[in-house]
Write a protein that binds this ligand. Structure first.
Ligand code: GNR
Ligand code: NI
Length: 172
């Protein structure tokens, strides 16, 4: 297992549309394991492969509040096949936009089809924070970051602050 480096906005890689995975094989499982370790270390509740500069349709999610009772989800080629008409609003954050948060409205529940860790096709109904997080991750696979839903003014302000914080953190 190894921890991977997370890229920040405005890295143009975050605008990439990621490519589907043909099969969940040993190499994909290695990526899933490394992504989970990276997500827990951050810490975060979700991570898309493009955030570690790998343009594959692979995400990991763990929205369990409990520290000792981890419940990781591995989703490969995830697709929303149904969304509820009900919406919900969460204050979202992103490991690629550190320390900035904004309200985003999304479908409150979604049915998601994906390949699991064992290359088995699954369909799962998700709600609450899990639904929000999985939609946030699928957005990453399509090159969308949550700040893209904000006004250009707010987005540009956040991107500038993230860039400045990154520069200031470089030890000379
Ligand atoms: O850690 C994360 N928290 C979070 C909070 C609200 C909505 C979405 C998220 S996902 C984010 C981790 C991340 O950047 N995933 O891409
Ligand atoms: Ni994110």
């Amino acid at each position: 297992m190894s921890q991977l480096n997370i890229i920040n906005v405005p890295d143009p890689l975050l605008k990439t549309v990621s490519t589907p995975v043909a099969k969940v094989d040993a190499e994909t499982r290695q990526l899933l394991d490394d992504m989970l370790e990276t997500m827990y270390a951050a810490p975060g509740i979700g991570l898309a492969a493009i955030q570690v500069a790998i343009a594959k349709r692979v995400i990991v999610v763990d929205t369990s509040a409990d520290e000792d009772e981890k419940s990781p989800m591995f989703l490969v080629n995830p697709e929303v096949v149904w969304e509820s008409p009900e919406r919900s609003t969460y204050s979202e954050g992103c490991l690629s936009v550190p320390e900035h948060y904004a309200d985003v409205e999304r479908p409150a529940s979604v049915r998601v089809k994906y390949l699991d860790y064992n290359n088995e096709m699954q369909e799962t109904l998700m709600d609450g924070l899990t639904a929000t997080c999985v939609q946030h991750e699928i957005d990453h696979l399509d090159g969308i970051v949550f700040i893209d839903y904000l006004s250009r003014l707010k987005r540009n302000m956040i991107v500038k602050k993230v860039q400045k914080a990154q520069k200031d953190s470089v030890v000379l």
